[in-house]
Design a protein around this ligand. Structure first.
Ligand code: FES
Ligand code: FE2
Length: 446
């Protein structure tokens, strides 16, 4: 589904020349010590680091945009963010999914201020410039007031140059020459399929998209979903009690779990217990699920591992929980804030009442006031709240669990580690450090 390979540098720029000093760049090598398992808290608090992330992590990476089920006919649209850039995702008249910078070429207002809907044109409500589904500028009030040199063909919406999908998940990148999405996922796709590929019908979205703000750097959530099963027994102790049968403690096989963690080379990560009985999903959904068919399709290793109670992050800021059907994005909103957007997806083959059971289960556990979600958000805000102190900010954080334990295990693809391990966290920050220290496409085309 890729479109043009034009760099997304915006023409015309005439006599404009942006001074390099506006994009101050720092070497972040000294902030991440993956070999020693140490992290400097400036990665969560520093404004210069944050601005550099927008340019070097978000501008070149594949970023999650939406689910294909949100687009059924031309003009269906959904507005979201790529880093801090507002974007419109829409289906054009040829039924192609495209994405545009949601910023008017006149004075920069958003040309679409609705969350989602269906339209024929995107008309800016400031002065009335209007753009079609292909991004072209098709109407300009007082057109005769502009000079002859004014060419509407040059003032269309800025298009996200590459939009690709993986099993219903739509990603886009500003990178004019990216590694294809499937290639950038690498072995991560095997783990994602445990949620996305239960049968040939794929997944659909149920209910709306929940959105909420949290105090906390976006990486706190992304790294936790990549690497952190460690917090579950402590942080979620009360939630585990609630889910346990009445009057009983959580089952031992839930508390003391063996499992694995996938340590992706591109910063992706996933963790999951490995146990034939290791489930605490919704009973209704569990009974409906045909595990024999899943074993046939996906193999025992996936059904007993990443299909169950796992967590995962696709670098940089897309995460999911397979058993809950929760997919979410951590939108950065400054060094110390993020906005969480969470969808519930289900198998398209699920009957209505099973879909509803899954939706409610996800809401109870990982909705904005879910019994697990509340614990996690509280922790990230807690960590962020201490990171701003002068002394606290100077004290390194510990990511040493499982140091040196990364290996191939012969059952799960790629490099893996123990379930209780910081390995995918170290890998997440190693990839982050590489991107932060590498000039991005727009610097080469400057
Ligand atoms: S800012 Fe959009 S028409 Fe002026
Ligand atoms: Fe959690």
């Amino acid at each position: 589904m890729s479109s043009s390979t034009e760099p997304a540098t915006v023409t015309p720029r005439g006599a404009l020349r942006r001074p390099a000093e506006l994009a101050r760049t720092v070497d972040v090598s000294g902030l991440v010590d993956t070999e020693g398992g140490l992290l400097d808290r400036a990665v969560f608090t520093d404004e210069t680091v944050y601005r550099q992330e927008m340019r070097r992590v978000f501008a070149p990476s594949w970023l999650f945009l939406a689910h294909t089920d949100q687009f059924h006919r031309p003009g269906d649209f959904f507005t979201t963010w790529m880093g801090e850039d507002p974007v419109i995702v829409t289906m054009d008249r040829n039924r192609r999914i495209r994405a545009y910078l949601n910023s008017c070429r006149h004075r920069g207002a958003r040309v679409c201020r609705a969350d989602f809907g269906t339209t024929r044109n995107f008309t800016c409500t400031y002065h009335g410039w209007s753009f079609n589904l292909e991004g072209g500028l098709v109407s300009v009030p007082n057109r005769e007031g502009y000079p002859d040199s004014f060419d509407t063909g040059q003032w269309g919406l800025v298009e996200v140059p590459h939009v690709e999908t993986y099993r219903g998940l739509i990603f886009g990148t500003w990178n004019p020459a990216p590694v294809p999405l499937r290639e950038s996922l690498g072995d991560m796709a095997w783990y994602m399929d445990a949620m996305l590929d239960h049968d040939e019908k794929g997944t659909v979205v149920v209910g709306g998209i929940h959105k909420w703000m949290l105090e906390g750097n976006w990486k706190l959530a992304a790294e936790q979903f990549a690497t952190d099963w460690y917090h579950v027994n402590m942080s979620h102790a009360s939630a585990l009690m609630v889910l346990a049968p009445a009057g009983k403690k959580p089952k031992q096989e839930i508390v003391h779990r063996a499992g694995r963690q996938y340590v992706g080379a591109n910063g992706h990560g996933a963790g999951f217990p490995v146990h034939p009985k290791n489930r605490f999903d919704d009973g209704t959904v569990h009974e409906w699920t045909d595990y024999d068919a899943l074993r046939e399709r996906l193999g025992d290793a996936r059904v007993e591992g990443p299909l169950t109670n796992g967590h995962a992050t696709v670098f940089p800021n897309f995460s999911y929980l397979p058993v809950n059907g929760s997919i979410r994005i951590w939108h950065p909103k400054g060094p110390d804030r993020m906005e969480v957007w969470a969808w519930t997806i289900v198998d398209a083959s699920m009957p209505e009442e099973i879909r509803e059971a899954q939706r409610l289960y996800n809401l109870r556990t990982f909705g904005p006031s879910g019994v697990f979600e509340q614990d996690d958000g509280e922790n990230w805000s807690e960590v962020q709240g201490t990171a701003g102190g002068f002394m606290a900010n100077r004290v390194a954080l510990n990511y040493q669990m499982g140091l040196g334990g990364e290996r191939e295990d012969g059952r799960h693809p790629g490099t893996t580690s123990e379930l209780y391990s910081d390995a995918a966290g170290r890998s997440f920050y190693a990839h982050w450090r590489t991107l932060m220290n590498t000039p991005a496409w727009h610097e080469e085309h400057a």
